[in-house]
Design a protein around this ligand. Sequence first.
Ligand code: SF4
Ligand code: SF4
Length: 299
Amino acid sequence: MKGLIFDIKRYSIHDGPGLRTTVFFKGCPLRCLWCHNPESQKTTQEIMYYEDKCILCLTCKHVCKFDAIEIKKNKISIDTKKCTLCGDCTDNCPTTALKMVGKFYDVDELVEEVLKDKSFFEDGGGVTISGGEPFLQYEFLIELLKALKEENVHIALDTTGFTEEEKLIETTKYVDLYLYDIKHMDSGKHKAYTGVGNEKILKNLKSLDKHGGKIALRLPIIPSINDDEENIKRTIEFIKTLRNVVSVDLLPYHSMMVDKYKRLNMPFFVSHIKEPTNEEMEKLKETFEKEGFKVNVGG
Ligand code: SF4
Ligand code: SF4
């Protein structure tokens, strides 16, 4: 059994307590308009094209056995219908202008890779499994959790919560902390902005709480989408019904990922959205703190 992983980030301080190694699973059932990792969405490998690095040497076109590469307007264009993701172009590009996103690992390989950092976990850090949505590769996820548990490392699982309840609850045997997203309290708006309603996500969150899962709630703060007074009020009311929330993490929207959309030839629909100011984030932090929550800005 292999898992498709699109990144492994070391020494992270924003993905749970302490210093962490974060493993990013590829594939997500949501399509948040502000997605910071658009390369996480597809369940297959894909190719990123860094136009600024390309010297138009045409090596990629010559090595492609499937005639999938053309030059259009002084840029490489890959015909995804012809491309088999064989990797010959990415392997042979002399300037790394083409990059294959997603690598297959078996559990042992991945555990060996993350345990290279084990000495850094001693001060309360550990491994965070993120995505994409890890539950889309459920069998692989469970095997990875079992293997990491045997190694006695602290495990955080970052999830959209959009999965089957039984699968989520099964992971409570292994997971020390859930990083669980709430994106909008209004299901219609949630569907408009992420592609799915929020009923399953909120129901699963209640169930996880009831089963004793420790939860760091993650609230992406997207100006004009979910930062209005009413949504914040409804979010607070909902969180107050839970017993196992250890923190509320406010994650300010940023637009640093816009170039990734270009590299993947994906449309980006929310270029009009501005990043929240420090003052706005501070005010929101105070609002949640007044309700008695431990609040972090930025995770
Ligand atoms: S091999 Fe790399 S640098 Fe050369 S044309 Fe292709 S993408 Fe550009
Ligand atoms: S991955 Fe393979 S098939 Fe696809 S464009 Fe590159 S060389 Fe051609």
